[in-house]
Write a protein that binds this ligand. Structure first.
Ligand SMILES: [Zn+2]
Length: 57
């Protein structure tokens, strides 16, 4: 099947089975990038830990 979509990872033509990616490999690469973005929390984790300690006291 011929799609007019380019894989966002490698810029090859996307495959219908893996839309919008060209392959399962590129899907996993993009998923990994997305998860990294989600788990990067602004600010310092040390401050949050400090607040939890204060509540216990
Ligand atoms: Zn690709």
């Amino acid at each position: 099947m011929n799609l007019n979509i380019k894989c966002p990872v490698c810029k090859k033509q996307a495959h219908a089975t893996h839309t919008p990616f060209c392959s399962e490999h590129c899907r996993q690469i993009d998923l990994g990038r997305w998860l990294k973005g989600v788990y990067v929390v602004p600010g310092r984790p040390e401050d949050q830990q400090q607040n939890i300690d204060d509540i216990d006291k």
